[in-house]
Design a protein around this ligand. Structure first.
Ligand code: GAR
Length: 205
């Protein structure tokens, strides 16, 4: 089984879906790491018997140093695939370069809309409602040095209704994420994708 490391900053509902659908079936989640001591995701890991580590940003001299410590931690568990499941901290090249096409992020909008610096979590859904778009959604993509700019693996749309609020859209998008992320991670574990530059396709069988 592919060894998976998951990074979380908050509730970890996407991580829970990976525990339920992927863990010990298609891959093994060997560690969950958070930059936030109070992240409920850490509790979800412990409950599932997965090593859960709080890596304190205050004990690092800066982003690069933090990401270096993160890299060493992931390597110590033999991680082969990194999943950012609601991870809100900057990833720097020293970590990204160690996992080429092996680090996946889920973003709560249809990239390349509402993404990049400043667009995370609830900020995204606020911006979607303020802009008045009629469609939003979720994107799963490989992580490169361009924030939210790596090759897109899968997307799913969500319609924005006239009476939607940022909160109601968040709920609708999360429901889509909960299907999309496990499906993508399963396919990666089964080696079903090929990547050509920024184009990701399912392999012909
Ligand atoms: C999810 O909506 C995810 O797409 C988003 O944070 C939420 C985490 O929920 N991620 C980002 O905004 C990353 N830029 P969860 O902790 O319940 O999985």
């Amino acid at each position: 089984l592919k060894k998976i490391g998951v990074l979380v900053s908050g509730g970890g509902s996407n991580f829970q879906r990976l525990i339920d659908e992927i863990h010990k079936v298609y891959g093994e989640i060997v560690v969950v790491v958070s930059n936030n001591a109070d992240a409920h995701g850490l509790t979800r890991g412990k409950t599932a018997g997965i090593p859960a580590v709080f890596l304190d940003p205050k004990k690092s001299t800066g982003s690069e140093d933090y990401n270096q410590k993160l890299l060493e931690l992931l390597n110590s568990y033999g991680v082969e695939l990194v999943v950012l499941a609601g991870y809100m901290k900057l990833i720097t090249p020293n970590l990204i370069d160690a996992f080429p096409n092996a680090m996946v992020n889920i973003h709560p909008a249809l990239i390349p809309s509402f993404c990049g610096e400043g667009f995370y979590g609830m900020h995204v859904h606020n911006a979607v409602i303020d802009y008045g778009v009629k469609v939003t959604g979720a994107t799963v993509h490989f992580v490169t040095e361009v924030a939210d700019g790596g090759p897109i693996i899968a997307q799913e749309a969500v319609k924005v209704a006239d009476d939607d609020t940022p909160e109601s859209i968040q709920i609708k998008v999360l429901a889509v994420e909960h299907q999309l992320l496990p499906a993508v991670i399963k396919a990666i574990c089964l080696d079903e994708f090929e990547v050509h530059g920024r184009i990701v396709k399912k392999r012909l069988k």
